[in-house]
Design a protein around this ligand. Structure first.
Ligand SMILES: Cc1ncc(COP(=O)(O)O)c(C=O)c1O
Length: 436
């Protein structure tokens, strides 16, 4: 657990959030007051949006030095490769070296490819459907049923990606230490149709949880019925600290390799929220066997990645310390927004809701009284405040408790964040009061 917030005691990050209307003191939610406050809110005619987990323009400006790199006449990589030309499927070694430490993958096993990581995750699923993975008995497309474990609350795009291919998502609760490993171990041991698990191991989307050493070890060593089980280790927020108190994350690839499960882990990452979202570089790390499988397949769809952008990134970020210094500047911009959300929620909703206080990443997960999240989002919309749809944090958009709302404070200005969260609190109070 990497928070000092009392509302983060386990298991409140998950579907078992521990808050219910039954447990609420109705004294704290006077219906007439709540209705009056809401009417006043609507009268203000706001138009605010806190749905988007995107960097703000100010954050993007931090990387504008990229735009003049590599510069006229400077098109050679450190090994003399002309980056303007075809080839180099694994990506530039100098860029892979900068990110190998943060992503915990040996440089030789880390590829730099594409403009972001989601496409690499999509590719991994598609390639596994079409070409037998190392250790597999058959292609995933030839399996009668395919299942992935989905820790909830989780990242909606992960869920949408697997849903697209008819892969059944089996929810498992997120705890304050990561996925509920008792449930995970049972499911993967008993059912060979379970082929994978989605993991955002550091500053998880949306809870901000960093997986504990015990969780990582159990994931790396557990017995799986499927010989071709894969952990989709999406380390999207590996370097996205908000404080100097950086939680350590155990090295899943090393642990799996030690346990004889080297092929179990697919590591993903990107510079999307370091430099430019959509114009960055994606990373894929895995065992030698997995890499041979990967390059054998991706070599049919591309002759090589955008090495000009990779060189630009290597020159701009320079080394691991360069990344660290750059990320501090991000934290200076977005840290106050996270603090504002926490402060206002504490002032307004202390007795009514719980929320996470992440020390990194991009999101805060708010748990409102059961059965009210959709209504809160609807009320907010009517009042001109756009929130991520309730349920987006769960497979098929269905939160069985209708209690989790994801707050994304990075993109709007501080003023907008403050105003939107105060408005959100008014909506939570009304929804709770109406339901009591
Ligand atoms: C957990 C997680 N993974 C991946 C992404 C998207 O990353 P990329 O831009 O590298 O595709 C996001 C964006 O919000 C994310 O939260």
């Amino acid at each position: 657990m990497h928070t000092d917030h009392p509302s983060q005691d386990p298991p409140r990050n998950g579907i078992d959030a521990g808050f219910s209307v039954d447990g609420m003191t109705t004294a704290s939610v006077d219906v007439d007051t709540a209705r009056r406050d809401y009417a006043a809110l609507v009268d203000r005619g706001l138009s605010l949006d806190i749905t988007r987990g995107k960097p703000s323009p100010e954050q993007l400006d931090l990387a504008n030095g990229l735009l003049t790199l590599p510069g006229d006449g400077s098109f050679k990589a450190e090994d003399g490769t002309d980056v303007r030309n075809y080839g180099g499927l694994k990506g530039l070694p100098e860029l892979r070296r900068i990110f190998a430490g943060a992503l915990q993958v040996p440089v030789g096993q880390l590829l730099a490819a594409g403009n972001s990581s989601l496409e690499l995750m999509h590719d991994a699923v598609v390639q596994a459907l079409l070409s037998k993975l190392p250790g597999a008995e058959r292609r995933w497309a030839d399996e009668p049923t395919l299942k992935f474990l989905a820790p909830v609350p989780g990242y909606d795009r992960h869920f949408a990606l697997t849903e697209r291919f008819g892969i059944e998502l089996v929810p498992v609760a997120m705890t304050a230490e990561g996925p509920d490993m008792d449930a995970v171990e049972t499911l993967v041991a008993e059912d060979p149709a379970v082929k994978g698990i989605w993991c955002v191991p550091k500053y998880s989307n949306p809870t901000g949880v960093t997986f504990s050493d015990d969780v990582v070890k159990r994931l790396a060593t557990m017995r799986t019925a499927a010989p071709d089980f894969r952990i989709f280790w999406d380390n999207a927020y590996a370097v996205h600290h908000l404080t100097d108190d950086e939680p350590a994350l155990a090295d899943v690839l090393a642990l799996a390799t030690e346990a004889g499960n080297a092929d179990r882990v697919f590591v993903f990452g990107s510079t999307s929220k370091i430099t430019y979202a959509g114009a960055g570089v994606g990373f894929f790390g895995a065992s030698e066997a997995n890499l041979a499988w990967w390059t054998g397949n991706t070599g049919k769809r591309t002759i090589g990645p955008d090495k000009v952008n990779q060189l630009r990134h290597a020159l701009f970020l320079k080394d691991e310390d360069g990344v660290r210094a750059h990320m501090r500047k991000h934290a200076e911009i977005i840290g106050p927004k996270f603090e504002a959300v926490d402060r206002i929620l504490t002032e307004e909703l202390k007795d009514l809701a719980s929320w996470t206080k992440p020390t990194g990443g991009y999101f805060i997960s708010l748990t409102v009284p059961k059965g009210t999240a959709k209504e809160v989002v609807r009320l907010a919309k009517e009042a001109g405040v756009a929130l991520t749809p309730a349920g987006a944090t769960h497979p098929h958009g269905a939160d069985p408790d209708d209690a989790v709302i994801r707050i994304a404070p990075t993109f709007p200005t501080l003023d907008v964040v403050e105003e939107a969260v105060r408005a959100l609190a008014v909506c939570v109070r009304l929804a709770a009061a109406e339901r009591a």
